[in-house]
Design a protein around this ligand. Structure first.
Ligand SMILES: O=C(COP(=O)(O)O)[C@@H](O)CO
Length: 246
């Protein structure tokens, strides 16, 4: 399948960040419209509204949402609450969230459906093909779904997975999606996440079948993120310059 025109760079801040960290992205937000990549951040839930208020071109996502639309779930946030705060998408199934909440595949499927129903796009994190197939239905090709291949052994580690491993796994995930959903699988972006940094982002994004990257540590502070975005966009085709927003 052809490479997507605009690779996605998604920053997962995890339990880090501040309003100051959002303010530090304002320059990047102004540049974002000229970049040949799509930028997004997933700050902690308490910062979603502030991010939405300060940033225009950078998309804002939640890090996780509950599988129920509402209810007695102290400490959790619903997809509707995340959307109301300004998120347009949510991560689901990140390995660090799974370690806290131990979702079953059925729980993850419920999270996906509830998020989509609330109007959020979904970025589903999986560690392998079996993980992917366990929580997607065969009868419904979800629109507004992206996948992130996140090998648990690479998250928080020194090195990203080897490019050959990333390519092979992205191929396998694409094939599994095509077996499930036919041609509709072509519309599902597949990102890579795990120890992506400025030194490795361009090579990962250049690999076949890689439609973007999901970044943890290297997404903060803003200067580190900017270095990564610059490195990632060096080999991408430049877009025509447009006037920067005031
Ligand atoms: O969890 C992720 C990896 O974190 P790193 O700090 O980049 O290893 C990442 O995929 C974002 O979710």
């Amino acid at each position: 399948m052809p490479r997507r025109a605009v690779p996605r760079i998604v920053a997962n801040w995890k339990m880090r960040g501040s309003t100051a960290a959002i303010d530090a992205l304002v320059d990047m937000d102004r540049r974002a419209v000229t970049l040949p990549v799509a930028l997004a951040i997933c700050p902690p839930a308490t910062l979603i509204a502030a991010a939405r208020a300060r940033l225009a071109a950078i998309a804002i996502g939640a890090q996780d949402v509950h599988g129920a639309p509402d209810g007695p779930f102290t400490g959790a946030i619903s997809a509707g609450l995340a959307a109301e705060a300004g998120a347009t998408f949510t991560i689901i199934g990140h390995v660090e969230s799974r370690a806290r909440t131990h979702p079953t595949p059925a729980d993850l499927a419920a999270q996906i459906r509830t998020a989509l129903s609330a109007g959020l796009d979904v970025l589903l994190c999986v560690g392998d093909v079996a993980d992917l197939l366990a929580c997607l239905p065969a009868d419904t090709a979800f629109r507004r779904l992206s996948i992130a291949y996140e090998p648990p052994w690479a998250i928080g580690g020194a090195d990203a997975a080897p490019i050959a491993t990333i390519s092979a796994m992205h191929d396998a995930l694409r094939t599994a999606l095509a077996t499930l959903w036919g041609d509709a699988a072509d519309d599902v972006p597949i990102l890579y996440g795990g120890a992506v940094d400025a030194g490795g982002a361009a090579a990962i994004l250049a690999a076949p079948q890689v439609d973007g990257v999901l970044i943890g540590r290297a997404s903060l502070p803003a200067a580190t993120f900017a270095a990564l975005v610059d490195a990632a966009t060096v080999s991408a085709a430049p877009l025509p310059l447009t006037e920067l927003p005031a």
